[in-house]
Design a protein around this ligand. Sequence first.
Ligand code: FES
Length: 590
Amino acid sequence: MTDRKPPAPNQVTPGATDESPSGMRRGLTSYGDAGFSLFLRKAFIKGAGYTDDALSRPVIGITDTASGYNPCHGNMTQLIEAVQRGILLAGGLPVRFPTISVHESFAFPTSMYLRNLMAIDTEEMIRAQPMDAVVLIGGCDKTVPAQLMGAASADIPAISLVTGSMLTGSHRGQTVGACTDCRRYWARYRAEEIDDQEIAAVNDQLVPSVGTCSVMGTASTMACVVEALGMSVPGAATPPAVTADRMRAAELTGLQAVRLTASRLTPRQILTEDAFHNAFRVLLSIGGSTNGIVHLAALAGRVGFRFDLDALDRMSRDTPVLLDLKPSGEHYMEHFHAAGGMATLLRELRPLLRLNALTVTGRTLGEELDAAAPSFPQQTVRNRDTPIYPEGGIAVLRGNLAPDGAIIKQSAASAALMEHEGRAFVFEDAADLAARVDRDDLDVHPGDVLVLRNIGPKGAPGMPEAGAFPIPRKLLRQGVKDAVRISDGRMSGTAFGTVVLHVTPESAVGGPLSLARTGDRIRLSVAKRSLELLVSAEELAQRAAGRRQTVPTAPRGYRQLFLKTVTQADQGVDFDFLADPQSRGAVPRV
Ligand code: FES
């Protein structure tokens, strides 16, 4: 059944020109005959029951990242339904399409290894299929940055929607949530403070619903960062996954996606220096995940910006941590939402933001903030006079151990270890750590600086979240709760401790971390932003000359591509050929 006489296959859609085809006319399959290509495309899609009226509407693609392996995206069906409702209400045609989905706990060797693959998948599917705008639905840590990176490179109108955080659980009267409490209880279990029965009971409560981790891990960080970048509708960062607010955010996202086809605002127009400035400010003020820095560096590279690690450190010094969320504070994402969400935070940060930054709504961040619901008394977002932490959550370190930089999440570290000198105890790689960390005869002592190398972008590969590696059981039994740990890897945003990460260059490409030996002395000074291996330059040169090291390679496939082209942490661990070669300067600029 048709609703009206079908147009000829090559009839031009109103508002479009041959130079700017829209809707189903975009990106016609190459048969050497454009009219035939459109005729065939429409014939096939009509097989799914579409009318010519429906096919004449603006087409909004929706990424479907549902997967049985990804419970963080377990509300995808409902979200897509709500996005579709918004699109239809605004007169558009929603078309969902699948892409890769990556979950932290179901990705070997590590989800970061697959982020760029997901970004390529997203970019190329956006390019290949006819759509006037795209709704990117992601949530679990790597999915949101992957989608943004892909959409930024494809550069058609795009809007992000996160799946939302999971609810909190309760264990013996205590609120618990993934995954700060996962680590806390597991550390207690390793220290033999709790038994098998209790750890099994906790396991049932840590993830009480679908959705993303309920603390300020990478997923929550990226949700806030996306809103700060202007890439989502206002208020979309914080509603938990299973709430009506989350579904309303989805409907509004669909609506806004159709409007984007009229304004034709693309990610490149939104992802400006000002947008990145706001994103880094927010990341620092929420005690955000260190992974967020890597992802923002990669995203910046996709639109021509070079990431400036030292500028981030300068910005951190005058950006207080205001959000009282684990692991830096006490609360969970549902409490942040109840406190008014991002509007409450952004209002408090207002003097530190670039309010003229454009958002997907076509209005500026300042205009959106003016239009937000009024503030009210709440306990989760502090004001700038009473911060959780006086500086930004992340400090940048340099020194002979990390010539191109390293970072520490100081807001989640032990104050007593921020200025520390100790004997190095070196684990060669993750396998060595696993083999030895719990041995009773390990020659490790309280006060030692624990080093884990070969877990960088190429070393592992994929720079796994092993940076907050376990404290040796021998030390746990002596009551050691934290130790300075140094690696070229990452750590989960939900983790805590005095953990130096992203040491660059990584040891697998010959960085100085590869030269450290058990028994050396290492000095960490967060106040001076320094990380020093207290070994003379001559001795280090001798060690380097005697080193037999080969950069990892692979004989074929994705791993070969990864090892050949992946960049270091300070460049976002993206593939070098995916960055925009046209430079727009550096971010953040302070
Ligand atoms: Fe998916 Fe934490 S595992 S957000």
